[in-house]
Design a protein around this ligand. Structure first.
Ligand code: F3S
Length: 648
């Protein structure tokens, strides 16, 4: 029986388990990446494991999220990340070098390699055939320590592409089409593997946009074959030796198949406030646009920005429409500068921002009150832009650039010819020297090695607290009741003020659910413990483990929900919070905020059902999808406790 690409990579990296969908598999991890928003915590956890040097083939610590250096907190964090990387044998990418996923794709990702990153859009590297997954920071810390990464064996969905994109349709429209079809829950437990004759017609940047935003489907990851176009991309990046061909066997077996004829796609847009609220651009014709933002790890490649420059050249955006551009990396900027493409952007009225996440994470560039912002990003959750009532629409870079000129949504039929689809030029300038490579190991280069590196910390970097083991019986109350599709942005909002506290759990915890219920922190602090009750798809969105760590610090013992998003579920396990699932979703109504309840924690078994007793006398049945090992981790009080116990 033939194998898919996913099966080939998993088989090669399998250290435990069987490749049966749903069963836990342990994978050897070749590469890791961290970014600063989640990375300081991941590195504090790596230090707590006390292993010394990283044991992966390659680990990179990027600074791209919170790069504003106003006050001591962010510069201190950046210095900590630089010094801990040097001490531990990791590569460091300083603030402003670029966005982690764009940089990793350009410089380090390899076909056939496994990569986990403490950022949910790590699957971007699937655009060149890496098996790349977003993970909690602690999982990344453990992978850096040489431990396997455990996931439920995913189902593999073949996305069979035929035809070729025409006109203004782009890679972004492929993934928006899929999101409209499958919704933000449609990919849970699945890998989306792209195949078919249409693959060859997609450039590597288009492929990376598609795998990047597969995260919005809730997928484990997405992956493209490594083929002639991949070889060409790696060659131009000066990385020919990293190429290997990787395609599925002709008779590969898949769990599901989805067909997409690329030639039938047209420019699409996701409406506020969910990436799956997809409609055609033309259906919104006439709606005014206050702001356009081009960038993010989804659409900030050389191709995207060259096309943007071509569309804007010789024209001017209207005065009521602001245009922001955040290039994905310094390499992209150097290429644009080399080809004289910065000037058309500036002359069109664009503000060119630093090569960072920027407006995507609410670091500047917020839209006006109730403003309509068309963004090339991957998420449009309410408030994420930094303007609570901002109306964010998601589109391709080419669509966004064209709309910036019109200052309103217009029908693509009126746009004229689309710019030529561009590939990388022959001469791509390297930015490799801008990374900080670790000094040699002690003994190999005495006096200049990692042994002489001192890890520098500032007062905002607070060592991790040790959590208690799970009690046998949990007597507590419903500290907060929320609805469906609660995102990690709801749990812990993004923004400069909050993410500056990412290395200080007691301080950042004060913002948990702050935009949902301002009284929550005071209420649970007074009670000492509590549970969260939620609806479907609780915890969707980013991989930020602070959305589990903060509640844990405040005393949250369990979340009781209808269903959970994958990475957040893993983060809850890692920090010792019980993820409980309502057997009967209708029981959601019985769990009122402030209700007293008792959870028989010691009676919980993997996949088993227990009754939660309510103070009212009623009972509610809950189950779980935990493995034996995950349950033991929660009982120990979290993964760090469990690892320390094993080490002892
Ligand atoms: Fe950064 Fe936004 Fe991507 S925060 S990593 S550009 S999703």
């Amino acid at each position: 029986m033939g194998k898919s690409i996913t099966h080939k990579i998993i088989e090669k990296h399998l250290v435990s388990g069987e490749m049966i969908p749903g069963q836990e598999v342990g994978l050897r991890i070749d590469q890791t990446l961290t970014q600063d928003a989640t990375g300081t915590m991941a590195w504090l956890q790596f230090e707590a494991i006390n292993i010394g040097r990283v044991r992966t083939d390659l680990s990179v610590s990027y600074v791209d999220h919170n790069t504003l250096q106003m006050g001591f907190r962010n510069p201190d964090d950046h210095r900590y990340l630089r010094t801990v990387a040097a001490k531990s044998g990791a590569i460091f990418s300083p603030a402003g070098t670029g966005i982690c996923h764009q940089l990793h794709l350009e410089n380090f990702a390899k076909p056939g390699a496994t990569l986990i990153g403490s950022d949910s859009h790590t699957p971007t590297a699937g655009g060149i055939g890496s098996m790349a997954m977003g993970a909690g920071g602690l999982s990344v810390a453990l992978a850096m320590a040489g431990e396997p990464y455990f996931i439920p064996m995913p189902k593999v969905v073949k996305v069979h592409l035929t035809g070729a994109l025409t006109g203004w349709a782009q890679g972004k429209d492929v993934i928006l089409h899929l999101l409209g079809l499958l919704t933000v829950k449609g990919g849970v437990g699945k890998v989306f593997e792209y195949a078919g004759p249409g693959v060859a017609a997609l450039s590597v940047p288009d492929r990376a946009t598609i795998t990047n935003m597969g995260a919005e489907l809730g997928a484990t990851t997405s992956i493209f074959p490594s083929d002639a176009r991949t070889r060409d991309f790696l060659e131009k990046m000066g990385r020919s030796s990293d190429f290997m061909e990787l395609v599925a066997d002709a008779d590969a077996v898949y769990d599901e198949v989805i067909e997409i004829d690329l030639s039938r796609l047209e420019p699409l847009v996701a409406q506020p406030h969910m990436p799956d609220r997809v409609c055609t651009v033309k259906s919104l014709a006439g709606k005014a646009i206050d702001q356009v933002a081009i960038g993010s790890c989804t659409n900030s490649s050389y191709s995207d920005l060259k096309n943007t420059a071509q569309i804007l050249a010789g024209r001017r955006t209207p005065p009521q429409t602001d245009l922001l551009i955040s290039p994905g990396s310094k390499q992209v900027v150097k290429l644009l500068a080399h080809e004289g493409l910065i000037e058309p952007l500036l002359d069109a009225g664009a503000r060119i921002l630093e090569c960072t996440c920027g407006p995507c994470i609410g670091m500047g560039g917020s839209p006006v009150s109730a403003g309509v912002s068309v963004r090339t990003f991957n998420r449009n959750f309410e408030g994420r832009s930094g303007t609570q009532d901002g109306q964010v629409y998601l589109a391709s870079a080419q669509t966004a650039a064209r709309l910036a000129l019109d200052g309103q949504f217009t029908d693509p039929a009126t746009w004229g010819d689309a710019p030529e689809r561009v590939e990388l030029p022959m001469d791509v300038p390297s930015i490799r020297d801008l990374f900080v490579f670790p000094p040699n190991e002690v003994g190999k280069d005495a006096g200049d090695g990692a042994g002489s590196v001192v890890i520098l910390r500032g007062p905002n970097i607070v060592a991790l607290e040790e959590f208690d083991a799970l009690p046998a019986t949990i007597e507590t109350t419903v500290a907060l009741k929320v609805g469906d599709n609660i995102t990690t942005d709801h749990i812990l909002p993004a923004g400069a003020e909050i993410t500056a506290l990412r290395s200080n759990i007691p301080a950042i915890s004060q913002y948990i659910f702050s935009r949902v219920d301002k009284e929550f922190v005071a209420r649970i602090t007074q009670a000492g413990t509590g549970v969260i009750v939620g609806g479907e798809n609780y915890g969707q969105g980013s991989s930020r483990e602070h959305a589990a760590l903060g509640p844990r610090h405040l005393g949250v013992k369990a979340v009781i929900v209808k269903s959970l998003a994958r990475i957040h579920r893993a983060n809850l396990v890692n920090f010792g919070i019980l993820p409980l699932l309502l057997v009967n979703p209708g029981d959601y109504d019985a769990l009122a905020q402030d209700a007293g309840l008792t959870i028989p924690a010691s009676a919980i078994t993997p996949g088993g059902t227990v009754d939660i007793r309510l103070a009212s006398g009623e009972s509610v049945a809950v189950t779980n999808d935990l493995t034996k090992k995950e349950l033991e981790i929660i009982q120990s009080g979290g993964l760090l406790n469990a690892v320390r116990k094993n080490q002892a």
